[in-house]
Design a protein around this ligand. Structure first.
Ligand code: GLN
Length: 312
């Protein structure tokens, strides 16, 4: 509504500055060495609706890598390529309660398939389901799909982050080999991991994320062009996973405090939406203990409470 847009335009800069103070209570991710270069005090947000209204505040010019946010969209591409039945023979539909990079349950719980597609193990399994002749061909299809959803043909990899992750990913590598042994992965493990590292390192801004989120908020249709880019059913599946598993093992708390489908990444990005209304992209590289943007979660709580956005 016009009233809400007026309030957003008026209040957003102030809410960003209030939330930004929390940056210093968190830490920038450093297990991927290149990510530790991100500015700890940054916070930016972009909100977009289907009529082309947009508002942004804070450090919206910052480029950052999608990291785990990309898992939502590789899941969708795998569903488009293989259908529901094939995808859910390789990954489950349940939250884990464990850290995003845990491999505990892959050994503990038979038949050793990842609990869901948004934890690392699940997303690695999903990257082996992307159609293509070679791993580079698969990665090229992923990048093109992301460009289409963001309406931005210049989306590309951050090669420094890609190399940095690939060189240090001992845990993800172990997971890949365990999954191969469990019969979950097709093909060469290193090729599958390369597809995964590449999609995690696609570089975006808040407005790219907002645009991708808006497509999900509009049930797969690009409201600006009117084109159906994703089948509605696959958007429904993606939004449900975002609600139950999107904020790692803080998804329950986020559902209570914010109440929107969302997906975070370790570079501090969060993609979220108010279904039927807004696509939202934000970034704040300083993370809380669960690995979510500390100031970003604060800001979303404020927005949700002030504007009564919770779906529940
Ligand atoms: N590329 C990162 C990793 O595999 C993604 C994790 C994340 O954003 N939580 O560790």
């Amino acid at each position: 509504t016009t009233k809400e847009w007026n309030q957003l335009r008026k209040m957003l800069p102030q809410w960003v500055e209030e939330s930004r103070r929390h940056c210093f209570d968190g830490k920038v991710a450093s297990y991927i060495p290149e990510l530790s270069k991100a500015p700890i005090e940054a916070l930016g947000i972009h909100i977009l609706d289907g009529r082309g209204n947009a508002v942004s505040a804070g450090d919206c010019g910052l480029s950052f890598t999608m990291q785990s946010i990309s898992k939502v969209f590789t899941l969708i591409l795998a569903l488009i390529d293989n259908g529901e039945e094939a995808v859910f023979s390789k990954v489950g539909m349940e939250p884990t309660g464990d850290n995003f990079n845990s491999m505990l349950k892959l050994e503990l719980v038979q038949p050793g398939i990842p609990f869901n597609p948004l934890i690392n193990a699940g997303a690695i399994a999903i990257s082996s389901l992307i159609a293509g002749e070679s791993s580079l061909d698969k990665s090229a299809r992923v990048l093109r799909f992301f460009q289409l959803l963001a309406g931005n043909d210049s989306l590309d990899y951050d090669y420094d982050v890609y190399r940095s992750e690939s060189e240090t990913a001992n845990l993800n590598r172990s997971m890949g080999y365990l999954l191969k042994d469990n019969g979950v992965l097709e093909g060469d493990v290193e090729d599958v991991l390369d597809v995964y590292f590449r999609h995690c390192s696609i570089s975006v801004t808040c407005s790219d994320l907002a645009k991708m989120a808006l497509v999900l908020a509009s049930n797969g249709k690009d409201p600006l062009s009117g084109k159906q880019l994703i089948p509605r059913r696959y958007v429904q599946i993606a939004k449900t996973f975002m609600t139950t598993c999107g904020m790692y093992n803080a998804s329950g708390e986020f559902a209570i405090q914010v109440g929107l489908p969302a997906k975070s990444g370790v570079s501090g990005g969060i993609l979220t939406m108010l279904p039927g209304r807004y696509g939202i992209g934000l970034v704040g590289p300083s993370l809380n203990r669960k690995g979510n943007s500390i100031a970003g979660v604060e800001l979303l709580q404020k927005l949700s409470q002030q504007l009564d956005w919770s779906l529940f």
